[in-house]
Write a protein that binds this ligand. Structure first.
Ligand SMILES: Cc1ncc(COP(=O)(O)O)c(C=O)c1O
Length: 358
């Protein structure tokens, strides 16, 4: 099968080094070797989350932890901040879990503003909010620091944040921001195979979870915490993901966090400059563009499906032709993970060449 390099915003390209680690022989999950492996990745994960709390690897995609956070932490009513496909769906998931939920809906591409959250929380109706930091469907990044400042006025409201597609591409300091649950998927900026998620939980959230009886088993945060105390997991995990994470954390340490963040920002800047120079528009409102991917409004009406098929046949790579209700009227270019700025410039050159042939 031809290797098609993915410049769509997750899953993304996984390096050969990571794949080698991912395909190491199995070890027993109740063995000393597993405990050693799990303990070995803790410091690197805590550094990425900027936390002293234990960090967990969940053998589920991000949605498992997103649903789990609702089941562990919502007893009254959750405010779902909605601005795109994934954040809109979180509201539906809350209702499917039998939770009382209210929507703070803005138009796709618009940011969630702290004032709007404050006005809703001031009603006293809510004990949790869900926020997607980087709405991957629209390439819009919400002002997390400003929102976190507002959340500090409501210490009893659980602050659940999906950093699925921003995590490790920029600094998101969990402890300092006062987040209660923060999660990310492995298939985005971490550039690992899909199928696992990483997350951490605040002391406040553990205390809240302890008051909730029907939080289930598979995603019970207290089970994760108890097992992690002996470097174990509640159930048989995807051991391959632990090996791949270990390899990736080595890569991140070798590059240095600041260099990693600077590279992601530079990749975004180069892509944004290309968008402007070619006369395209951004889908997100100006000032709220994502750092890890760029969502381009297809204001020039190019045939995105044809562009992608040319990219595939000529350069063995693909971008993304738009997600959900903005498929075709937008397209997305991922510049996260292991991509160098040179790679991104090369990709943009290939896109130019293919557009000329449309
Ligand atoms: C921001 C965001 N949240 C949640 C998800 C859901 O992730 P998964 O399908 O891996 O559970 C995605 C997937 O792309 C996403 O981009």
């Amino acid at each position: 099968m031809t290797h098609i390099k993915l410049f769509s915003p997750g899953p993304i390209e996984v390096s050969e080094k990571t794949m080698r680690a991912f395909s190491r022989p199995m070890i027993g999950h109740r063995s000393k070797d597993f405990q050693t492996l799990n303990a070995a990745i803790q410091p690197g994960l805590q550094e990425l989350f900027f936390t002293k709390q234990p960090v967990f690897v969940s053998t589920s995609s991000a949605w498992g932890v997103m649903e789990g956070a609702l089941r562990n932490l919502v007893s009254k009513k959750v405010l779902c901040c909605m601005s795109g496909a994934f954040s809109d769906k979180w509201f539906d998931v809350a209702k499917k879990c039998g939770k009382q939920a209210d929507a703070l809906q803005v138009e796709w591409g618009q940011p969630i503003l702290p004032e709007a959250i404050e006005a809703k929380l001031a009603t006293g109706e809510f004990d949790a909010i869900t926020l997607i930091h980087n709405e991957t469907s629209t390439g819009t990044m919400n002002p997390l620091t400003e929102i976190a400042a507002v959340m500090k006025k409501f210490p009893d409201v659980m602050f659940i944040v999906d950093c699925v597609s921003s995590f490790s591409g920029m600094k998101i300091p969990f402890d300092e921001l006062g987040i209660d649950v923060m999660l990310a998927g492995t298939q985005k900026a971490l550039a690992l195979p899909a199928g696992a998620a990483v997350f951490t939980v605040s002391e406040k959230a553990y205390a809240k979870a302890a008051t909730i009886k029907d939080r289930g088993y598979y995603f019970d945060f207290l089970e994760f915490k108890k097992n992690q105390e002996s470097d174990m997991t509640p159930t048989t995990p995807s051991i391959s993901h632990f090996y791949a994470l270990q390899s990736k954390l080595e890569d991140i340490a070798a590059e240095g966090l600041e260099n990693r963040y600077a590279r992601h920002l530079e990749n975004a800047k180069v892509t944004r400059a290309w968008v402007k120079e070619r006369g395209f528009a951004f889908f997100p409102k100006e000032g709220y563009e994502s750092i890890t991917l760029t969502c381009v409004a297809n204001n020039k009406g190019i045939d995105v499906a044809k562009l992608n098929s040319l990219l595939k046949t000529k350069h063995s790579c693909v971008i993304d032709g738009g997600y959900g209700k903005i498929k075709g009227t937008s397209f997305r270019i991922s510049h996260m993970g292991d991509e160098s700025t040179e790679n991104i410039k090369q990709l943009l050159g290939w896109i130019d060449g293919c557009i000329a042939e449309l």
